[in-house]
Design a binder for this molecule. Structure first.
Ligand SMILES: Cc1cc2nc3c(=O)[nH]c(=O)nc-3n(C[C@H](O)[C@H](O)[C@H](O)COP(=O)(O)OP(=O)(O)OC[C@H]3O[C@@H](n4cnc5c(N)ncnc54)[C@H](O)[C@@H]3O)c2cc1C
Length: 372
């Protein structure tokens, strides 16, 4: 998206690129832990740069966060942490003064890493059917239940947890948001090894977990609108570095295919070309989405369209890796990279809202089609 840079953005990009080059030379590549990387970005002034001045940020337009994710991907550094923009701003909007004082700065500087405990067995797409309970006993909330797919829970300090606190209220009105220290007795985290061979996500179990009454965010039973506000703020694939990461992955595949002369096959060239087209469509849609945002337009159908295109682009790239290597992929000739890329791409049409749900949203909310 470099072609859209304003003179100020071009200057920012050049400064950032130079900083990343220096850093890479000093640290011998992207070998930092998530927390150290977060802190390094924060110390250099890149975290919270698009927060408003009132929120304690620099008030830069959203394009700056996109440039940040692009340059970080280009430098092959770990991705830019998403939680400061997403959960940090949610705490800023809904938190008490005490909560803001306690959580905002560490969320920005990386001292607190968060996970998101929304989904449960049987409550993913239909999130409002969640059963994890929170009961106020004296001056403590007592939480019992199970969450599923709590990404990075094994590396997180705190959880942004949804639980049912008003069992007699209608389902959407009985849910509250709780801020829970993951070290609290009764929290058990079990990492899930997914088919790509990695442990990105976890099951979490909550057995008589007692937290202070003040760790509720917003009012009792007011969690649903807070969660929806936060999800809307989860931002698009460009801000999250998805587009930049996929483009980088595509260049890697292209280079690999050329080096190993796999591109002699028309099928391989076709698969790579398809992935290129799908990722470019996502890229261009992200530019459009960003332009709308900068112009102050309401998000509208942008979210579901972006999520669908994101999954299509990611899965095309995963397929292209397998198509390029063919049976070689199973021999481990590439250290298992192609198979891992393929399996890593599969859940992209599930997490963050499944493809079917995005299509339902587009059909019902934006095309006015009836529910069946
Ligand atoms: C890798 C990964 C990471 C995740 N990280 C997190 C996280 O950090 N925190 C968190 O809270 N959650 C997380 N999730 C959970 C994710 O949000 C849910 O998996 C997702 O919302 C789908 O819910 P489900 O798994 O319960 O599937 P279900 O809702 O049971 O859906 C199963 C299938 O049925 C389809 N379906 C369901 N309802 C409808 C309908 N009404 N119309 C048409 N089709 C329908 C779905 O599209 C899907 O294909 C993660 C998931 C994955 C796979």
């Amino acid at each position: 998206m470099d072609f859209l840079d304003s003179p100020e953005e071009a200057e920012y990009r050049a400064g950032l690129r130079a900083w990343l080059e220096r850093l890479t030379a000093e640290h011998d590549g992207p070998g930092m832990s998530t927390r150290d990387w977060h802190r390094t970005l924060y110390d250099a002034g890149y975290i919270g740069q698009t927060w408003t001045v009132e929120e304690g940020g620099k008030g830069l337009p959203p394009t700056y966060d996109v440039i940040l994710t692009q340059e970080v991907a280009r430098a092959d550094a770990p991705s830019v942490p998403a939680n400061p923009n997403y959960l940090g701003r949610t705490i800023f909007k809904f938190g008490t003064e005490e909560q803001k004082a306690k959580f905002l700065e560490p969320t920005l500087n990386g001292d607190i890493q968060w996970c998101q405990g929304f989904s449960e067995p049987g409550a993913g797409s239909d999130l409002a059917s969640m059963r994890t309970r929170a009961e106020l006993v004296g001056d403590e909330w007592v939480i019992n239940g199970q969450k599923l797919w709590t990404s990075a829970a094994h590396e997180s300090d705190w959880c942004f947890l949804l639980a049912r606190s008003e069992p007699d209220a209608p389902r959407h009105k009985g849910i509250s948001v709780f801020l829970v220290d993951m070290k609290t007795p009764g929290v058990t985290v079990r990492p899930i090894r997914t088919t790509d061979g990695h442990e990105h996500t976890c099951e979490t179990f909550w057995d008589d977990v007692r937290i202070p009454a003040g760790n509720i965010l917003g009012r009792r039973g007011g969690g649903w609108p807070i969660a929806m506000w936060a999800l809307q703020f989860e931002r698009g694939p460009a801000d999250l570095g998805i587009v930049a990461g996929l483009l980088k992955g595509l260049h890697k595949l292209d280079a690999y295919a050329r080096e190993h002369e796999l591109d002699a096959s028309a099928d391989v060239r076709r698969a790579i070309a398809k992935a290129y087209v799908d990722i470019r469509v996502l890229d261009l849609n992200s530019v459009r989405q960003l332009s709308n945002r900068v112009a102050g337009h309401a998000p509208g159908s942008d979210g579901p369209v972006a999520k669908l295109l994101w999954a299509i682009g990611a899965q095309s790239l995963g397929h292209a890796w397998l198509d390029a290597l063919g049976p070689l992929a199973l021999t481990g000739a590439d250290d298992g990279h192609a198979v891992s890329e393929y399996f890593y791409s599969r859940p992209s049409s599930v997490y963050g809202g499944s493809a079917q749900i995005q299509r339902n949203l587009l059909a019902q909310r934006f095309l006015g089609m009836p529910r069946t």
